[in-house]
Design a binder for this molecule. Structure first.
Ligand SMILES: [Zn+2]
Ligand SMILES: [Zn+2]
Length: 355
């Protein structure tokens, strides 16, 4: 069984010879997009703060700021993988700037995302972003209550939670990981964590709570929803596999080309797991090469189909390759293991499915 799986390095070694040399160089031009988002966000904030606009106008500007915050997060992600600038100090500084609206610091992000999520993707114990298994759920009585709710209520709550999940998870990760930093580094990690919180909360005293809702809180929730819209589709329909194989444990979604431009090709997540240090500018080329070599193993679907499939499936793993509704005792499969996103048909749990 293990023979079917390959590490991300294995795929990278097969695909690399077919890529141009420039694909392995940083692309500082990405910063122009980031600068545009910074200008749009700051202008929007000043307009809300200075003019006494009608409610709907403020909401519309909040939405623009929120989408800019999300896009800045995607750029911050790229920057902290070292695909935009190479110098570590500049990389961390720019990463801090672009992750500022999402309340996340660069050193924590690199430890959490680059050194843990990418290295141990979909590893039940080691990947902090993996969803829980049936055994984990059995140890968490509070979580079990959620699974007693009717399916549609649970799905609604899960989607509603996307509006704050990124911030909640990143804060949880901070407190879980801070002890793992060397004592001499902890101070900097604390400052990088506190500074965005203090700055954004402190703003309330200068602009008042109402303006603050439009300038920060609503955009922050919108940004959470957008980044989590992608993040929740990245791996949650895929199985847990014994080898960190991006073709098995990762999904690339497709979105209209203009959205890919606005979001720095964040939809190409399988490509990103094979080449995390490559600028996402080259991922469409990587995608073509992967699809040429392993067409049947590559998982890809429109973003809307992935979100629908998330709505219709439970978020608990069973034996690594099934998603289980623990209350109804129904199994849903996973991508590559019988889950058809277009026609989701659960099957009852029976003896042959036991551990
Ligand atoms: Zn990932
Ligand atoms: Zn990444």
């Amino acid at each position: 069984m293990n023979k079917e799986f390959h590490s991300f390095g294995w795929y990278a070694s097969k695909v690399s010879p077919h890529l141009p040399k420039k694909a392995f160089k940083p692309v500082p031009g990405r910063l122009l997009g980031g600068l545009a988002y910074l200008i749009i966000s700051i202008t929007g904030m000043f307009v809300i703060g200075i003019y006494d606009l009608p409610f709907l106008a403020n909401i519309a500007i909040s939405f623009v700021i929120g989408t800019s915050f999300a896009a800045m997060g995607f750029l911050g992600h790229e920057i902290l993988h070292g695909t935009v600038v190479k110098k570590a100090k500049l990389r961390n500084l720019l990463g801090a700037v672009f992750f500022f609206p999402l309340l996340t610091g660069p050193l924590l992000w690199r430890k959490w995302h680059n050194m843990t999520h990418h290295v141990h993707t979909q590893n039940e114990e080691k990947d902090p972003d993996t969803w829980l298994s049936k055994e984990d759920l059995d140890k968490k009585p509070a979580m079990k209550i959620i699974y007693r709710l009717p399916f549609s209520v649970r799905a609604f709550l899960e989607f509603f939670a996307l509006c704050f999940t990124f911030t909640l998870h990143s804060t949880k990760i901070f407190f879980a990981y801070i002890k793992e930093f060397k004592p001499e580094k902890r101070g900097v990690v604390w400052i990088q964590f506190l500074l965005p919180w203090v700055a954004w909360l402190g703003l309330i005293f200068f602009i008042g709570i109402i303006n603050w809702l439009f300038i920060f809180l609503i955009p922050h929730l919108i940004a959470n929803a957008i980044v989590m819209g992608y993040i929740s589709t990245n791996h949650r329909l895929n199985p847990l596999v014994p080898v960190n194989d991006p073709l098995a444990n990762t999904l690339s979604v497709t979105v209209p080309r203009w959205i890919d431009i606005l979001h720095f090709n964040f939809s190409y997540h399988t490509e990103h797991h094979i080449f995390p240090s490559m600028s996402s500018k080259y991922y469409p080329l990587v995608k073509e090469l992967i699809k040429d070599s392993w067409p049947s193993r590559y998982h890809e679907m429109p973003m809307s189909s992935a979100l629908k499939a998330l709505w219709k499936t439970p978020r608990v793993y069973y034996n690594g390759k099934d998603l289980i509704d623990p209350q109804a005792q129904l199994l849903y499969g996973s991508l590559g293991n019988g889950l058809n996103p277009e026609a989701i048909e659960p099957r009852p749990l029976n003896n042959s499915d036991t551990n």
